[in-house]
Design a protein around this ligand. Structure first.
Ligand code: CIR
Length: 252
């Protein structure tokens, strides 16, 4: 069970953040409404939320997930792979050190938390444009020393590993088609997304409830087979900045 989450308010210049999306100019007003609804949803699921102030010097900083990898025994502060995001991790270290023992990914290693999928004692680490081999290896060594089994996977498609694969409870992974045949995932049941709904791969499993992006009926249908409560949230403005539901918080 998660009991805590850390989030950060988006800054009004958030649209200066990195994005590859062609979905148009995002609205700050709407993003604030969507971000508040996200916080309320986590609160309803029993989490107590630390809301950090906006960081206008880092327009992507409300994607806090990328700045740390948090487990029961330790929080690893990352070294974000995008130069414009390096430095975001400093205030996260401060916030997490109230709760956890801290370790750090060190240069030349880079890791974005969006590339790290934890399922129980297993950790899948994606090598992407943001997470390099050195960073993945440092993270893997750290968590192996705490008894976790770590697996490193190349992410050929999408921004981060968790843009394409997430755990949705009941020993099941929700994943996009390019990831469906990876033998590393053979021990899981799989729900494979249709191409048109691949964005929903970034569904968030919190305390046995699924929080999914609103408006993807086919996937909602598939997820309902798991018999878990499903909450749909509109994250249109987050999507315009290449982000999703997992990116907006650190849960522990
Ligand atoms: C970026 O490109 O870094 C941000 N605009 C989006 C980060 C999304 N984070 C995530 O998927 N964990």
């Amino acid at each position: 069970m998660y009991t805590h989450a850390i989030v950060r308010k988006p800054a009004s210049n958030f649209s200066e953040g990195l994005t590859t999306s062609q979905l148009g100019k995002p609205s700050f007003e709407l993003l604030q409404i969507q971000h508040s609804a996200y916080i309320r949803t986590l609160e309803k699921l029993g989490l107590s939320i630390t809301v950090l102030p906006a960081l206008p010097d880092y327009p992507d900083a409300y994607f806090v997930e990328d700045t740390a990898v948090v487990a029961q025994e330790v929080a690893v502060i990352t070294n974000p792979g995008a130069p414009s995001r390096q430095g975001e991790e400093k205030s996260i270290q401060e916030a997490l050190s109230e709760h956890k023992k801290i370790e750090n990914i060190l240069t030349p290693g880079t890791v974005d938390g969006g590339d790290v999928l934890m399922v129980g004692r297993h950790i899948f680490i994606g090598i992407s444009e943001r997470t390099n081999e050195e960073g993945a290896q440092q993270l893997s060594d750290l968590y192996q020393s705490f008894g976790y089994s770590c697996h490193i996977i190349p992410v050929g498609d999408g921004l981060h590993l968790k843009s394409s694969v997430n755990y949705v409870g009941r020993n099941t992974l929700l994943l996009t088609q390019p990831f469906q045949h990876l033998s590393l995932f053979d021990d899981f049941d799989k729900i494979v997304l249709e191409d048109t709904e691949s964005y929903v791969a970034n569904t968030l499993w919190v305390n046995d409830t699924l929080i999914m992006p609103a408006g993807f009926a086919n996937t909602k249908d598939k997820l309902s087979r798991l018999n878990l409560p499903i909450i749909e949230l509109d994250v249109s403005e987050v999507m315009k900045m290449d982000g999703g539901l997992t990116c907006l918080s650190l849960r522990f």
